[in-house]
Design a protein around this ligand. Structure first.
Ligand SMILES: Cc1cc2nc3c(=O)[nH]c(=O)nc-3n(C[C@H](O)[C@H](O)[C@H](O)COP(=O)(O)OP(=O)(O)OC[C@H]3O[C@@H](n4cnc5c(N)ncnc54)[C@H](O)[C@@H]3O)c2cc1C
Length: 396
């Protein structure tokens, strides 16, 4: 590929382009899947290592890339392509901010059923990191909602899966495979999602308990009840009461009735809008952990994290918690303990984001099952290990 073809798309990297502290030599700013394909073919020919960026809202997450020649910035690919309201389906370019997508869907009374927990998140970044918020209790995660993707592979070949199938990658459910892949398998350029109607009524009911442990019975009573919550969220800070919040969504009448039922279970509740953002900023200054566990162990894990000095927020209704602290020494000392505890209930403690002094002493991913399979998949998609090298678990 002659350099002149790519020149309008490529500029030198600057400090503001850094990915977990690593400044790329070059930055490409493609505007279409075809542009990305051309850029990736050129990168393959030159043997360039590549990291993808949406809006960079989570570029401090994960392990720093072991090498970074080219950053592929998708922020120009920010268009909603097709909204089929009758079929509850939307397709958008990967650089589209989730907030913009929701705004485009709102006039039709529809939404993508994921929460915007990291401001400026793009839908490509959402897929690559598989973050989810409180509503995953009822609506699932990105994995459940994505029905098709267009991916540019490391060699520049465009592959499409699901949705309006043009060409598939034999043997894999490409859409699901991309979820949580941290940009190691390909560049997602477009995605298709199934949508949900925006409910007529929506209300959070909150009760305070002394601690996550003390809220354990209350949590169990809601989780095992027939009230069908859209979210069951705990918010706990060391030295303060723990807030347990239940989100009810549906018709006006249904929500009113189910609110009564929740009050029967929890006692007197207050109503306020629970903040959806993850605790702590995704800016590399604080340590942010994702703790997964069995639902029954979630209060105990939340309690342990609070006792270790973390601010804990998360979906005790599914066993996914986020924990953050600004104290590096505390974070470094706690990760092992939290790994042991979550591991006992079949879960994991992954360090999503952390300042350098924490990164220097902890293994960001920790032990993970299925590493051999992940390595085989990685090898098949990116045999030269040029996509986000070293960012993922096990040095993938
Ligand atoms: C209705 C419902 C009922 C459930 N019932 C049960 C139950 O009875 N028992 C039970 O055990 N669970 C149950 N679960 C699941 C459980 O509550 C959590 O959802 C689950 O543990 C979260 O794991 P996950 O990998 O799906 O998390 P996700 O948020 O979907 O994914 C985490 C992602 O992060 C990455 N990741 C996570 N951990 C690691 C790691 N260690 N190393 C590297 N990467 C990692 C991977 O990319 C992974 O895809 C239930 C869930 C739901 C929704």
């Amino acid at each position: 590929m002659p350099a002149s073809v790519l020149r309008p798309l490529v500029r030198p990297g600057t400090d503001t382009d850094a990915v977990a502290g690593v400044v790329p030599r070059l930055v490409a700013e493609p505007a279409s899947t075809d542009d990305v394909s051309r850029v990736m073919k050129d990168a393959a020919a030159q043997g360039h290592s590549v990291v993808v960026r949406g809006n960079g809202s989570k570029s401090t997450w994960g392990v720093p890339p072991s090498s970074l020649d080219l950053l592929v910035d998708l922020s120009r690919m920010n268009r909603v392509l097709e909204h089929e309201a009758g079929d509850l389906i939307v397709s958008a370019q990967a650089g589209t901010p989730l907030a913009d997508l929701q705004e485009a869907l709102a006039p039709a009374g529809q939404r993508l059923g994921v929460d915007d927990v990291v401001p400026r998140t793009t839908i490509g970044g959402l897929i690559a990191t598989n973050v989810s918020g409180p509503r995953r209790v009822a609506l699932g995660t990105v994995r459940d909602l994505v029905i098709g993707v267009t991916v540019v592979r490391a060699d520049g070949v465009v592959a499409k899966a699901g949705g309006k199938v043009v060409k598939n990658v034999a043997g894999y459910d490409l859409s699901k495979l991309m979820v949580g892949s941290f940009g190691t398998l390909g560049v997602v350029t477009e995605a298709t999602f199934r949508l949900h109607p925006v409910p007529e009524a929506s209300t959070w009911l909150t009760v305070e308990a002394e601690s996550p442990s003390a809220a354990s019975d209350l949590i169990a009573s809601v989780v095992h009840s027939q009230v069908v919550p859209a979210a069951v969220e705990v918010d706990a800070v060391p030295g303060a009461p723990t807030r347990l919040s239940v989100l009810l969504e549906g018709t006006e009448r249904g929500v009113a009735q189910r609110s009564e039922r929740v009050r029967d279970l929890l006692g007197t509740t207050t109503t306020y809008d629970v903040p959806l953002a993850l605790p702590g900023h995704a800016d590399g200054a604080r340590t942010l952990l994702k703790l997964t566990t069995q639902i029954s162990s979630a209060p105990e894990i939340a309690q342990a994290a609070v006792d270790l000095g973390f601010h804990v927020r998360g979906s005790v209704g599914v066993g996914v918690l986020y924990a953050s602290t600004g104290e590096a020494a505390r974070a470094s000392a706690a990760v092992g303990t939290l790994r042991t505890l979550t591991g006992r209930s079949g879960g994991a403690a992954v360090v999503l984001d952390a300042p350098t002094d924490v990164r220097d002493v902890v293994d960001m991913w920790g032990p993970v099952q299925g590493l051999d399979l992940m390595r085989r998949v990685k090898h098949e998609f990116d045999p030269d290990n040029r996509l986000a090298p070293g960012r993922f678990v096990g040095g993938i």
